[in-house]
Design a protein around this ligand. Structure first.
Ligand code: KIV
Length: 264
């Protein structure tokens, strides 16, 4: 199978083709996702919560992400594979280089990094050193202790303008993709239209170029509170492979996320 690359995604954005992506943490699910049409996967630090059982992503280490990246890569050799830089593994550009090198050696095609314009130098220097970077704005879970919980971001006009400026700064610094998490639809639309790079949304409405879900959420394994943007595709289809196909089809058609999954 032909590998999916950042240029593939840019072409999709230009032609208006929406795409579905998902988190993956092991070989078997990565293989199942690839078989059913998912071409973009993330080894997210959400693994701290859904795999390891912590109450935040902060305890996740670089070694944890590298371990899961190796497994996912074996299951999905042609996917565009992103790997998260965990909390405090990119505090300085030098630390970000070393951390990214480890994840790229483990099989990642791109690293994802939480934060805004303050990361511009780091993103620029990573891009110069051949490390593709995906930014992550909005509800960035590594900042849960600053936000005081998992809350929708960018609701007032000042916060919205700051987020848009952050997105433009990351793109200007050389980011090749952006994840936008839990923001109002109108803001997601502005950011998606303002950027040439693909924007992947989670809790950002159906206006972004792509969508991402934590795989456990898509299968209804939410353990308590289910975020508004989540849809249990397994409940509707009754079978895992069919659930993934349904997710892909609904994202491509723009019917997921629907209004009831979005913030206004
Ligand atoms: O860690 C993760 O799974 C993520 C996604 C929710 C985008 O960052």
């Amino acid at each position: 199978m032909k590998p999916t690359t950042v240029s593939t995604l840019r072409q999709w954005k230009k032609s208006g083709r929406k795409f579905a992506s998902v988190t993956a943490y092991d070989y078997s699910f990565a293989r199942l996702f690839a078989d059913e049409g998912i071409q973009v996967m993330l080894v997210g630090d959400s693994l701290g919560m859904v795999v390891q059982g912590h109450d935040s992503t902060l305890p996740v280490t670089l070694a944890d992400i590298a371990y899961h990246t190796r497994a996912v890569r074996r299951g999905a050799p042609a996917a565009l594979l992103m790997a998260d830089l965990p909390f405090m593994t990119f505090a300085t550009p030098e630390q970000a280089f070393a951390s990214s090198a480890e994840l790229m050696r483990a099989g990642a095609n791109m690293v994802k990094i939480e934060g805004g314009a303050w990361l511009s130098d780091t993103v620029r220097q990573l891009a110069e050193r051949a490390v593709p970077v995906c930014g992550h704005l909005g509800l960035t879970p590594q900042s849960v202790n600053i936000f005081g919980g998992y809350k929708v971001q960018g609701r007032d006009s000042e916060a919205a303008e700051t987020l848009l400026a952050d997105a433009l700064a990351l793109e200007a610094a050389g980011a090749q993709m952006l994840v936008l998490e839990c923001v109002p639809v109108a803001l997601a639309q502005r950011v998606t239209e303002a950027l040439a790079i693909p924007v992947i949304g989670i809790g950002a409405g159906n206006v972004t170029d792509g969508q991402i879900l934590v795989m456990h959420d898509a299968f209804g394994i939410t353990g308590g509170h289910t975020p508004k943007f989540v849809k249990n595709f397994l409940l509707e289809t009754g079978e895992m492979r069919a659930a993934v196909r349904q997710y892909v089809a609904e994202v491509e058609a723009g019917t997921y996320p629907a209004e009831e999954h979005s913030f206004y």
